[in-house]
Design a protein around this ligand. Structure first.
Ligand code: HAS
Ligand code: CU
Length: 602
């Protein structure tokens, strides 16, 4: 893969000559230069966005260990007759402060900045040119770092213990919301830059041509997110920030929740789609020089995520003030949005079968063992995909209105999202780092075997963790709760005694959660050892690095409909659907019901 790469045929000459390119012999051997005309500053920006993402991952994983310790507290009490409070040990005020840091750093920082990095890089690669605007590129980078610094300070100082959903009337210090705004605006800068780069590509003799698939999916991902983020932008800029600054003294908690979940659902696809870009277009090549199944299918899948954006009400099935019609529309559309992922399942596995057979795999399933499981960049993504099968199925359980009444706000949901964002996304990103960090630093991957072990450790940990959380959730264990301090937990009646105490004995669920969470943390430690080992390693790659992008699909672009490329048209239709579906929600909800004040608890 990346280390067996040939030198590009054409030298890379910048057209504007504005910035030095990676062109000297020494630089060529150290850096990846498979993007014609790419400037060092472009790759440096990508690298620092990625490093910020990893800072987020590190902080988030550390908090994960504290949460696991909260669940494991009873074991220590039973076995050693002593309790442990890691929160005190690291100087945090409460479980909820740690949980806020966990949610924000993983759900917002890790994912957003990874997108900024990876989607910029894939756009450049696909359009064979550097980013059109150096100003937007740098703005995105500095906004992201500044935003994260502001939010991190607010959370660490316990001035923003509001969890990642920051539901009013919980109130944080203004710096927290300003940090979040900066981070979101950094993603908008990435999109603007992608669009400018696309325009430049068109003007550069590609008028009327089909948009290359990799650029298309990278741009649709960011457009989908841009439209999705309007909800949270209105929530923060119009309501929450002025209220936190003291410019207004009242707020409508339910209305801001609706705005939050308008964004809060599609945000999960903003986490997922960069990974789908990798599963569709990188993994087949990495797994065995295989091809994407169908150009048209991939375009349709990404457009489906754009069009089916307004389903956020499925997070609010139990909320008052939202008519049942809106809830019904939402669960029906949620069942629809299941299908692009089902199509992805079949299509990616077809490519993987192709890869396994290219490597000599025979028989019905023999190709699976022939996949390069010894390559951590591949094993991580394969295991992430396997985890996502269960994550997807549990999503369907959540989406089913009546079943949702049983699992909503329980630990079951936590089990669901650790299989989706915590595995499909997080483990894939870690796996992608195993080729991307060498690509960006020119260093050989250090500790390859440890990296493979890390991917298995993660999936093992997450399966145990999610099993614990889901079991607890079905037995009524609430989510977002400092269980070790909950006075209502009945720890002494054996579970399943047939008279109702199953609801309160969550020992097994807690134990599995603690064990799985600790294994995930250890896996994370292995990941950082490998990444830091690589960055600080002295072993540089001898060859020019290339991105492992799959070749022309089996069903090539010539067989897919040109109308799929009408980005403006699809965005307009998506916006129209948003207006129709959320118009109905707001029509029934308004006028606002403002309540005075805000709270700081914990
Ligand atoms: Fe979800 C709640 C429904 C997908 C994340 N979800 C959450 C929350 C999060 C989250 C974070 O309808 C909690 C938010 C909070 O704090 O309250 N979710 C769904 C549905 C899907 C779904 C129907 N969720 C995701 C993804 C997430 C994510 C993706 C993150 C990235 N979710 C819900 C609902 C709720 C919810 C309700 C609200 C619950 C409540 O009451 O609060 C679907 O999109 C899932 C489709 C997935 C599939 C799987 C396809 C499998 C593939 C794997 C291929 C295999 C490979 C490996 C590559 C159909 C593509 C092959 C390997 C070999 C070796 C062969
Ligand atoms: Cu959702």
């Amino acid at each position: 893969m990346t280390d067996t790469i040939d030198t590009p045929a054409t030298p890379d000459v910048p057209e504007d000559g504005a910035e030095p390119i990676i062109g000297t012999e020494t630089q060529r051997s150290r850096w990846s230069i498979d993007i014609p005309g790419v400037r060092q500053a472009d790759l440096r920006a990508v690298k620092w966005q990625l490093y910020l993402s990893l800072v987020g991952l590190f902080l988030g994983l550390s908090m994960g260990l504290l949460q696991a310790s909260d669940r494991g507290d009873f074991v220590l009490e039973d076995v050693f007759n002593r309790s442990i409070n890691l929160y005190d040990a690291v100087g945090l005020q409460s479980y909820y402060q740690g949980l806020t840091i966990h949610g924000v750093t993983l759900a917002l920082v890790f994912t957003f900045t990874f997108s900024n990095a990876f989607m910029s890089l894939t756009t450049m690669k696909s359009l064979k040119r550097p980013l059109a605007s150096a100003v937007l590129r740098d703005a995105s980078l500095y906004l992201a770092w500044t935003g994260v610094a502001l939010a991190a300070w607010s959370m660490l100082a316990n001035k923003a213990t509001v969890l990642f959903t920051f539901y009013p009337p919980l109130q944080a210090t203004p710096a927290f919301y300003i940090g979040a705004v900066f981070l979101v605006v950094s993603t908008w800068c990435t999109l603007a830059n992608q669009l400018l780069t696309l325009r430049q590509w068109r003007r550069d003799g590609h008028e009327g041509e089909r948009i290359p698939l990799l650029a298309f999916v990278s741009i649709i991902t960011e457009i989908m997110w841009f439209l999705a983020s309007i909800g949270i932008a209105i929530e923060v800029l119009v309501f929450v920030l002025p209220w936190s600054l003291g410019l207004t003294d009242s707020i409508d908690p339910q209305f801001t929740r609706i705005l939050f979940w308008f964004t809060g659902h599609p945000i999960v696809y903003f986490w997922l789609l960069p990974v789908y870009v990798s599963w569709y277009l990188f993994l087949p090549e990495q797994a065995g020089k295989a091809r994407v199944a169908s150009d048209g299918l991939v375009r349709v899948v990404f457009l489906a995520f754009l069009l089916l954006l307004p389903v956020g009400i499925h997070h609010q099935f139990t909320d008052p003030g939202i008519p049942f019609t809106s809830k019904t529309i939402s669960w029906m559309l949620t069942f629809c949005i299941f299908f692009p992922s089902v199509a992805t399942f079949f299509s990616v596995i077809a490519s993987l079968e192709n890869a396994g057979r290219n490597r000599g795999g025979k028989g019905l399933l023999g190709w699976i063992w022939r996949l390069p499981w010894g390559d951590p960049a591949v094993s991580g993504q394969l295991l992430a995909g396997i985890g996502f099968i269960l994550g997807g199925v549990s999503g369907l359980i959540n989406a089913s209105y009546t079943v949702n009444m049983v699992v909503h706000n329980t630990a079951f949901i936590v089990g669901h999202f650790h299989l989706t964002v915590g595995t499909a996304v997080a483990l894939s990103i870690m796996a992608i780092c195993y080729w991307l960090v060498p690509y960006l630093t020119g260093k050989k991957l250090w500790g390859r075997r440890l990296a493979v072990a890390q991917t298995w450790l993660w999936i093992g940990g997450v399966f145990i963790f999610s099993r614990g959380q889901m079991q607890g959730g079905i037995a009524g264990m609430p989510r977002r709760t400092n269980i070790s301090a909950a006075t209502y937990v009945d720890r002494f009646t054996p579970p399943l005694d047939g008279v109702g105490n199953i609801m309160k004995n969550w020992d097994v669920a807690d134990g599995l959660t603690a064990l799985g969470g600790t294994i995930m943390f250890l896996s994370g430690v292995c990941f950082f050892i490998v990444i830091l080992g690589t960055i600080y390693s002295k072993r540089q790659v001898a060859e020019v690095q290339r991105m492992p992008v799959a070749d022309e699909p089996f069903h090539p672009v010539s067989q897919s409909w040109p109308i799929l490329d009408r980005i403006g048209l699809w965005s307009a239709i998506a916006s129209g659907l948003v207006l129709v579906i959320y118009g109905e929600v707001f029509f029934h909800y308004l006028p606002l019901e403002l309540i005075p004040g805000g709270f700081r608890v914990w």
